[in-house]
Design a protein around this ligand. Structure first.
Ligand code: SF4
Ligand code: SF4
Length: 431
């Protein structure tokens, strides 16, 4: 009897999406309506089920890692709404990150995309001194007459760079890096000691949020350490398929934070928290010492809202008496399953919470998605802003820096009279 030879897998062995991961999909389709790209495009190939099937075909050697495969995998936001909807427990995030690792190994992107990715992921985000140098340059540009001239003259629009410029974070005067190594003492009765991850974009464009986070933690009786030697969390690298870079950053953070005596490792960025909680998976299969250290590290990681709700918020001195609505960041609600903590904190600060429709639908930010997939991101944001606008409240609160930028762009585009704030900024004002 002759047997037909099976085609070889189109995947390499390094960071391969495994059968154990994708075979849990029972093709029920319950995730389809939860998926933002499926809601916009209506294509099976741009749904979670469709993407998982493409991964299976590629692994079986029946679909090459070609333009078509890359297009559908690139269009995924990594929002993980499909994981929440899935009754079969499919770990979709791990499947798509590994599919992207395969793309990174095997697919040649256009020259400019390769250069930009190498510069951003391979250089800028790996080295905080380099990041600080480039952030200072961007700050000079943002505050110069050149930026105003390019905007007013329509040159940015002509070059197709106007939307990207509108989404770029405004660089701060001071960077959080300057305070690495500092311990900020608890106020009142001491309740513990936490170490804060400042973040890459967080350090140069959300230093004010980092400072507010430190103040709120101090008010809650916590010593706050900013460990030296910390780096970017690696979320953007992992989402882009650059898992070796993500592993380098993970090992660096595990080392820097475990050197510190602390009760918890906190972050005010949902994307960073989600990436850090995934370090065990990221470092599995390598050096067993790294895997063990990652387990000790992950056991301490908390989103700052999760941690404050856990220990119980000290009542703020000035209760806010206003209406707010809360947007669940995907990487807090879907990836970390933290939904009630930010709401509890807002209520504890005296805010009246008005729920929008679909608060856990993605806003279209998703790391750099609003830059790499501007049309889809705009359509996804438009649907989000319909829900936001319908609440009619003056303050839109969220818990992730990327979402803040995207939602601010949405508010500006709609001409809404609405502030966009982080939960921590609301608490900081209440103290
Ligand atoms: S992660 Fe989000 S965009 Fe990607 S398939 Fe799942 S629901 Fe769709
Ligand atoms: S809901 Fe889960 S099991 Fe069903 S098709 Fe989607 S990923 Fe597969």
């Amino acid at each position: 009897m002759t047997t037909t030879p099976q085609p070889a897998s189109c995947f390499t062995a390094t960071d391969k999406p495994t059968w154990e991961l994708y075979s849990t999909c029972i093709h029920c389709g319950l995730c389809l309506s939860a998926c933002p790209t499926y809601r916009v495009l209506g294509l099976e190939a741009d749904s979670p089920r469709g993407r998982i099937y493409q991964v299976l075909l590629a692994d079986e050697g029946r679909l090459p890692v070609s333009d078509t495969f890359v297009t559908h995998i690139d269009r995924c936001l990594g929002c993980l709404a499909c994981q929440t909807a899935c009754p079969s427990g499919v770990q979709y995030g791990h499947i798509v990150e590994r599919a992207r690792a395969q793309i990174e190994q095997q697919y040649r992107r256009p020259w400019l995309a390769r250069r930009v990715r190498e510069f951003v992921y391979g250089a800028l985000l790996m080295d905080y001194q380099k990041l600080a140098r480039w952030a200072r340059r961007l700050r000079s540009y943002q505050r110069s007459g050149v930026a105003r001239f390019l905007r007013a003259s329509g040159s940015l629009k002509l070059l197709g760079l106007d939307e990207m410029e509108a989404l770029a974070p405004r660089v701060n005067q001071d960077f959080t890096f300057a305070e690495f190594g500092t311990v900020f003492p608890a106020e009142g009765e001491r309740r513990g000691r936490v170490a804060l991850l400042a973040g890459c974009v967080g350090s140069v464009a959300f230093d004010d949020l980092n400072q507010a986070t430190i103040r709120v933690l101090q008010k809650n009786g916590l010593d706050v350490i900013l460990p030296r030697g910390q780096g970017c969390c690696g979320a953007l690298h992992a989402h882009a398929g650059r898992r070796d870079d993500a592993r380098t950053l993970a090992r660096r953070n595990v080392r820097a934070f475990l050197e510190m005596e602390c009760d918890a490792i906190v972050t005010s960025s949902a994307g960073c928290g989600s990436a850090m909680k995934d370090y065990v998976e990221l470092l599995a299969g390598g050096d067993p010492a790294d895997a063990e250290a990652a387990r000790a590290f992950v056991a301490k990681v908390r989103d700052v809202t999760e941690f404050l709700a856990e220990i119980g918020l000290r009542p703020p001195s000035h209760a806010l008496a206003g209406k707010v609505t809360y947007q669940d960041p995907c990487h807090l609600a879907h990836a970390q399953k933290v939904r009630s903590a930010p709401r509890e904190l807002l209520r504890a600060a005296g805010a009246e919470l008005v729920e929008m429709q679909h608060p856990d639908y993605c806003c279209g930010s998703a790391g750099v998605y609003n830059v790499t997939q501007p049309e889809l991101a705009t359509a996804i944001l438009a649907a989000k802003m319909d829900d936001v606008a319908a609440t009619g409240v003056p303050v839109l609160v969220t818990a992730n820096t990327g979402c803040m930028l995207q939602l601010r762009a949405g508010v500006a585009q709609r001409g809404l009279s609405m502030e966009v704030k982080h939960v921590i900024e609301v608490l900081d004002a209440a103290y």
